[in-house]
Design a protein around this ligand. Sequence first.
Ligand SMILES: [Zn+2]
Length: 162
Amino acid sequence: MQIKELKTTYYETDNINELPADECKLINRAIEALASSYAPYSQFRVGAAALLDSGEIIIGSNQENSASPVCICGERVAMFSAKAQYPDSQILKIAITAKTDKFVIDNPVSPCGSCRQALAEIEERQSLPIKVILYSPTGKIYSFDSAKILLPLTFNENRLKK
Ligand SMILES: [Zn+2]
């Protein structure tokens, strides 16, 4: 049996000014999106903003429900909304942030497994990487050049074929 290694590469900074202007704007739109979060159960708000190739920015926030499986994450609201409104557009970048009164979020929030799968499939569909920018309220930023970096061995038909 061979040992295989998976490596992940990403960028980290606590200085938002190191980012290009469009990414600073995207983070700010994600922060604004926190206001529309509906999170009475978890008290954990998530805001996201997706930048399309048209320059349009589509926001999303987590929407909870008393029937827990109905809940949907903020980044999926943004992505699905973008694809529903602009099916021919490509998502270039997405910024995600979170807020809670329960504790200090010092490290950037990471997309859950379902959102990673959704991101990876949209990326596959559009044959163009989606840059993922994660922002913590304390100002720490992680940036990934492609959504697939967040989900090695992504589940999709093309990966299974020879
Ligand atoms: Zn999620």
